[in-house]
Design a protein around this ligand. Structure first.
Ligand code: MG
Length: 449
C-alpha cells in the first residue's frame, strides 16, 4: 500500500507536511534510483522556490546532476525529459488551492513514474536511507533558457499555421495566473490569433480565480467572451496540463466534447488509429472511433495509465473526460498547449464556430453522484455489486461499469476519500439520473443501509 503517493505524485499543504526536509529526502530517494541528469521545473506557487531548492539539494546529494528549468507547464518539463534528460521532477499542486503544493516524478520518457518505483521511493524514504555521495561526486546545477521557446515552436509546428493565420480568430485566454502564462498567449499570437489575456500574470496567490478551471471559476472568462464577441475562450489549470474551452456564445464546453472534437480530426487526418481513454469517458469517443476507422482501448482512471498505454501500444491519441488530452508523438502526458492549438486549427480548417462543432458531435448526457462508504468495505461492496448485476454486461477494469440498454453506469471507489462515485451516461438526462440513483441504491443496499 502506498503511503505518500496519490494518482500522480505527492500533494500536501506546503511547509506543513511538505516541508523542505520532507521534499529533500523524497527527492534523494528518487535520485538514488535515477543517477543521471534530472530536469526540475514548477508552477508559480509561493512555496515552489522553497520546495524546488530542497528537491535540488536532495537530487545533488544522491549523485544526480540537475537542470533547473524555472517556472513552466508540467508538459514542458515532460517534453524536456523525454528529449534530453534521464528523469524529471515537477513542483506543482495542479488545480489545488494556493496553500497546497506537490512533487511529481517522471521517468526517462517523461511519463509519471510507475507504481513499483513509487513503492521503492517510499521504502527508501521510510526504511533505508537514500545514497549520499562524497564531496567529489556532487554534480552540477545548470539551466536551459531556451526550453520554453523550443516547446512553443514544437507546438506551433504540429498544426496548420497558414490556415489558423487566415482565420484571424479572436481568443480570450485565462491562464488563472498559472504556468500557462509563459506559453499559451505566445503560442496563439504566433499562430496569428487576436489574443486578449485574463489572469495571465503568474501569481502564486491566484488572485483572479481558483486554479481549477470549473464553470463556476470561469465566470469572468465567460462574460468577457460574450461581451467582446470573441470566437473562443481558453482556460487552463495551475500547471497547464488541462485546457477548457468556452464557445462563442459563452457556453462552457465539457472536456469530453473537446476530446471528441480532436479525436475526430486526428482520426480523419491519419485514416484511423488507436485511441486510449479511461472506462469513465463518454460513449461519444467510441461512436467517433467507429465512424472514422479508429479503435478504442479503455484503462483504469488516471492520466498516467492512459499515457503509459499510449506508449506501450503505439496509440495515436488519448485523453480523459476532464479536458486532459495526450498527444503521444509530442508528450507522454496531458498537454494544454497543443490541445489549444488543435482546437483553433479545427475551427480554422472547418470555418465553423465552436458551438456548431460541438453540436455536431454524438450527444450524451452524464450525471455524477457520490455516496459515503468506509474505505475498509469498498472491495466487499464492489464484489457484491458485480455479482448482483450479472444480468447485465459488466466491466470491472476500474470499479464496476454496468451497461444497460439506456446507457452505462460506473460505480468507483475514490482513492482519496471514503466515498463511491456513481457516474452515469445516457441519451437523456432522466435516464442518466435514474441510473446514477440506482448506483447509489446498490451501494447503500450492500452497506446494509
Ligand atoms: Mg494539472
Amino acid at each position: 500500500m502506498k503511503k505518500l503517493f496519490g494518482t500522480f505524485g505527492v500533494r500536501r499543504i506546503a511547509n506543513q507536511i511538505l516541508t523542505p526536509e520532507f521534499a529533500s529526502k523524497l527527492a534523494a530517494a528518487y535520485g538514488t534510483l535515477v543517477k543521471g541528469w534530472v530536469a526540475v521545473g514548477g508552477d508559480p506557487r509561493t512555496s515552489t522556490p522553497l520546495i524546488k531548492h530542497a528537491v535540488i539539494a536532495g537530487l545533488l546529494s544522491s549523485g544526480c546532476k540537475v537542470v533547473d528549468l524555472g517556472i513552466l507547464p508540467t508538459p514542458a518539463v515532460q517534453y524536456a525529459v523525454r528529449n534530453y534528460y534521464n528523469g524529471g521532477v515537477i513542483i506543482t499542486a495542479s488545480h489545488n488551492p494556493p496553500q497546497y503544493n506537490g512533487i511529481k516524478f517522471v521517468d526517462e520518457d517523461g511519463i509519471g513514474i510507475a507504481e513499483d518505483m513509487e513503492l521503492k521511493i517510499e521504502d527508501m524514504f521510510f526504511n533505508e536511507n537514500p545514497d549520499r555521495v562524497a564531496y567529489d561526486e556532487i554534480g552540477e546545477v545548470t539551466g536551459n533558457d531556451g526550453l520554453v521557446d523550443e516547446y512553443i515552436d514544437e507546438v506551433i509546428q504540429r498544426v496548420d499555421q497558414d490556415a489558423i493565420a487566415k482565420a484571424k480568430l479572436k481568443v480570450i485566454v485565462d491562464c488563472g495566473s498559472g504556468a500557462a502564462c509563459f506559453t499559451t498567449p505566445y503560442i496563439l499570437r504566433k499562430l496569428g490569433c487576436e489574443v486578449t489575456t485574463l489572469n495571465c500574470q503568474p501569481d502564486g496567490f491566484f488572485p483572479g480565480r481558483n486554479p481549477e478551471p470549473t464553470e463556476d471559476n470561469l465566470q469572468e472568462l465567460i462574460k468577457t467572451v460574450k461581451a467582446s464577441g470573441a470566437d473562443l475562450g481558453i482556460a487552463h489549470d495551475g500547471d497547464a496540463d488541462r485546457t477548457i474551452c468556452i464557445d462563442e456564445k459563452g457556453n462552457f464546453v465539457m472536456g469530453d466534447k473537446t476530446f471528441a472534437l480532436v479525436e475526430k480530426q486526428l482520426l480523419q487526418e491519419n485514416q484511423g488509429g488507436l485511441i486510449v481513454t479511461t472506462v469513465a469517458t463518454s460513449s461519444a469517443i467510441y461512436d467517433i472511433a467507429e465512424e472514422y476507422g479508429g479503435e478504442v482501448t479503455a484503462t483504469r482512471v488516471g492520466d498516467l495509465l492512459v499515457a503509459r498505454e499510449l506508449k506501450n501500444s503505439d496509440g495515436l491519441f488519448g485523453g480523459e473526460e476532464n479536458g486532459g488530452l495526450i498527444f503521444p508523438d509530442f508528450v507522454y502526458g496531458r498537454d494544454a498547449a497543443l490541445s489549444t492549438a488543435k482546437i483553433v486549427e479545427i475551427m480554422a480548417l472547418t470555418s465553423k464556430p465552436l458551438s456548431q462543432l460541438v453540436a455536431e458531435l454524438p450527444a450524451y448526457q452524464s450525471v455524477k453522484m457520490k455516496v459515503e462508504c468506509p474505505d475498509d468495505r469498498k472491495q466487499e461492496i464492489m464484489d457484491k455489486i458485480a455479482t448482483d448485476t450479472q444480468e447485465y454486461k459488466v466491466d470491472t477494469t476500474d470499479g464496476v461499469k454496468i451497461f444497460r440498454e439506456e446507457g452505462w453506469l460506473i460505480i468507483r471507489p475514490s482513492g482519496t476519500e471514503p466515498i463511491f462515485r456513481c457516474f452515469a451516461e445516457a441519451e437523456n438526462v432522466d435516464d442518466a439520473t435514474k441510473m446514477a440513483e440506482w448506483g447509489i441504491s446498490l451501494v447503500k443496499k450492500h452497506l446494509g443501509k
